[in-house]
Write a protein that binds this ligand. Structure first.
Ligand code: F6P
Length: 341
């Protein structure tokens, strides 16, 4: 049997580890051969492929990025997108498709599997950890590790200069990275999209932190917004022109300075959270997801996504992951807020 593999949407550490495990087990245990689709859904849409065999995945376990390339192509936005994918899979004799992605990519896989009967199996990945159905997504642990290491470093320089340091982390519509790295890094305030913040309250935490003779670290998710405002979007020019979810850190630092009279600076961690080598946990998770995804293909369990529940890998309907973002539980946020101020 020939199996196609694609990685779609924004990249994250651990994608190559998934692909490697899929290919290793698929070839060794089941005698499958593989075809890599290039740049996410653009690959099957345009029939763009790359050779994918054991030599192609050798040495890729610790490598960041994706050897298959990625894009945010939406085949369902093309009037004949489903037909083109079906025709290309038939032409290439691909009988199953392993789709590794976040909500967008897996949303497409869910529709293709459920409404059009295409043989898709899904693997959840995103640094944001915002997919329902699984305790963790591939890439999240690495991003939290990078952000925590940065917060650790920022503490010492904040102390030396008695400044407020605002750290803007990624996360999109959710605050998973902010909550986990903020807690691990001992932040004095953690601001997330799920809980619009009160700037005066943040300033009160900052002031009380200085009173205790420490310099405050404020971790803010890129999608967080003040109670009476909206997420900060930064306009961009160039090939990817439009607006970007970024800028809340700088905005907040200016407000803190203005309201408290204390110097405040911002560090925007940006794509350093998405690039580079996956953490040991992400290598473990990605590898197990890959092994279980190829088992799901073998069992004909199409329309399912492999998922982590506790320490078990289970199968859930892909539709579960595609439904809305999985937001931070208010009880978890309340639990960590004991450290604010
Ligand atoms: O979804 C992953 C993510 O890194 C978010 O955390 C972040 O808000 C967004 O993508 C940034 O996207 P881009 O790389 O397109 O600017």
């Amino acid at each position: 049997m020939r199996v196609g593999v694609l990685t779609g949407g924004r990249d994250c550490p651990g994608l190559n580890a998934v692909v490697r495990a899929v290919v290793r087990k698929g070839v060794q245990e089941y005698g499958y051969d593989f075809v890599g689709f290039v740049d996410g859904w653009r690959g099957p849409l345009e029939g763009d492929t790359v050779a994918l065999d054991i030599p192609a995945v050798r040495g890729t376990l610790p490598r960041g990025g994706t050897l298959l390339g990625t894009s945010r192509t939406h085949p369902l936005e093309h009037p004949d997108g489903v037909r083109r994918i079906r025709d290309n899979l038939a032409k290439l004799e691909v009988e199953a498709l392993i789709t590794i992605g976040g909500r967008d990519t897996l949303g497409t896989a869910a529709v293709l599997a459920q409404d059009h009967g295409l043989p898709c199996v899904a693997v959840p990945k995103t640094i944001d950890n915002d997919l329902h159905g699984t305790d963790r997504t591939v890439g999240f642990d690495t991003a939290v590790g990078v952000a925590t290491a940065a917060i650790d470093r920022l503490h010492t320089t904040a102390e030396s200069h008695k400044r407020v340091l605002v750290v803007e982390v990624m996360g999109g519509e959710t605050g998973w990275i902010a909550v986990h790295s903020g807690l691990a890094g001992g932040a004095n305030a953690i601001l997330i999209p799920e809980r619009p913040f009160d700037v005066d309250q943040v300033c009160a935490w900052v002031t009380s932190r200085f009173r205790a003779s420490y310099a405050p670290i404020v971790v803010v998710a890129d999608g967080a917004a003040p109670r009476d405002g909206k997420p900060v979007l930064t306009p961009v020019a160039g090939p990817a022109s439009g607006v970007r979810l970024s800028g809340v850190g700088e905005w907040l630092a200016r407000e803190i300075e203005h309201r408290t009279g204390k110097e405040a600076r911002t560090t925007v961690l940006g794509h350093v959270q998405r690039g580079g080598s996956p953490s040991p946990f992400d290598r473990w998770l990605a590898t197990r997801f890959g092994l279980h995804a190829v088992d799901a293909v073998h069992d004909g369990a199409f329309g399912t996504m492999v998922a982590l529940r506790g320490t078990d890998i289970v199968r859930v309907p892909i539709t579960e992951a595609a439904a809305g973002p999985k937001t931070v539980d208010p009880a978890l946020y309340d639990e960590v807020s004991v450290f604010f101020g």
